[in-house]
Design a protein around this ligand. Structure first.
Ligand code: ADP
Ligand code: MG
Length: 327
């Protein structure tokens, strides 16, 4: 059902960066420890993600590439229903409905593998043998080639590339144990090695956020009542005009949340001074059963069971840490 896929694609595939997010998350789900990302023309022309994850079995390919949950939607009347369904298990189907998608995969290292290709349609059919080491390469070309209305909404190559790089950076800060290589128009932009020690983590934060951030940041790590807040916060000596250096992860997932944002801002304001944007890379960990990070699959919302407790902990942890290092 191509129409259903295109409708869903409107939700999950907004621009190149949303495609990259889905592809990288799939690779990480597959246990990849190395991601090679190739971009051409801001992702509008080409996005290719190669991973060394589990690969996909030949017999599982049709399922992986088809829509499982919403194949019943054929008519525009059902448009409203789409909004409430969520879009899990539909990313590849959605992407292949609005782009030329090719997937090569192998579950073993004997150089045998399988390729499937689709151009704006369901792709269960053409599966052919193709060599590939263990892992998967997904290639997405000509995004929105068959949906001109949507293509118009894409911005310049530069703008789309910046959004895409933001997504890669956000993920790179959530998985220090995974190597990321990013190329744009044939040029290597980033090559981030994997490593989980504090030194290696700080190397990556410096690579992703810039050396000036790391040079002016303090490391914090506070644990109380089953909650832990750790990471790096920049001191007032770090000056930066943009407000984009704010990374907050809840149980490993990047989120943007009002409650969290308020607690963080308040702590910075109370210890330091008003009128500047705090910069931070923070990881908040708590009992997964007390938080719902799947409120919306494409947004970064989160719902805590105990708002007040969470707010208090984040505020007081940061307040304490900042007060300790600020004259
Ligand atoms: P979801 O990730 O929500 O299951 P997707 O459409 O993104 O839905 O992917 C469909 C399925 O294809 C996944 O569940 C997974 O089994 C398989 N898959 C996709 N990408 C990869 C990958 N890079 N490595 C291994 N399996 C993959
Ligand atoms: Mg997925």
């Amino acid at each position: 059902p191509r129409l259903a896929n295109q409708i869903a694609a409107g939700e999950v595939v907004e621009r190149p960066s949303s495609v990259i997010k889905e592809l990288l998350e799939n690779s990480l789900d597959a246990g990849a420890t190395r991601l090679d990302i190739d971009i051409e023309e801001g992702g509008i022309k080409l996005m290719r993600v190669r991973d060394n994850g589990s690969g996909i079995e030949r017999d599982d390919l049709p399922l992986a590439l088809s829509r499982h949950a919403t194949s019943k939607i054929y008519e525009l009347d059902d448009l409203e229903a789409v909004a409430t369904l969520g879009f899990r298990g539909e990313a590849l189907a959605s992407i292949s409905s609005v782009a030329r998608l090719a997937l090569i995969t192998s579950t073993n290292d004997d150089a045998s593998g399988w390729q499937a290709v689709a151009e704006g349609r369901d792709m269960e059919t053409d599966v052919s043998p193709a060599p590939h080491p263990r892992g998967t390469t997904v290639e997405v070309r000509d995004l929105f080639f068959n949906t001109p209305a949507r293509r118009k909404f894409m911005r310049t190559e530069k703008t789309e590339y910046n959004h895409l790089e933001e997504v890669v950076k956000r993920l790179a800060l959530s998985r220090f144990d995974v190597a990321f290589n990013l190329r744009h128009n044939g040029r290597m932009v980033y090559a981030w090695r994997a490593g989980d020690s504090q030194l290696e983590q700080e190397r990556r934060v410096a690579q992703v956020c810039g050396p000036a951030f790391m040079e002016n940041a303090v490391h914090i790590d506070i644990e109380r009542n089953g909650m832990r807040l750790w990471g790096w916060v920049a001191l007032p000596t770090f000056s930066r005009s943009q407000a984009d250096l704010q990374h907050f992860y809840v149980n490993g997932r990047s989120i943007r949340d009002k409650l969290v944002g308020h607690a963080v801002r308040q702590a910075f304001q109370d210890v330091l001074f008003n009128g500047r944007h705090p910069a931070f890379v923070l990881y908040f960990e708590l009992d997964p059963s007390t938080v719902d990070v799947n409120v919306h699959p494409t947004k970064h919302e989160v719902r805590f069971r105990d708002n007040r407790n969470v707010h208090d902990f984040i505020y007081s942890s940061l307040h304490h840490a900042l007060a300790r290092v600020t004259p």
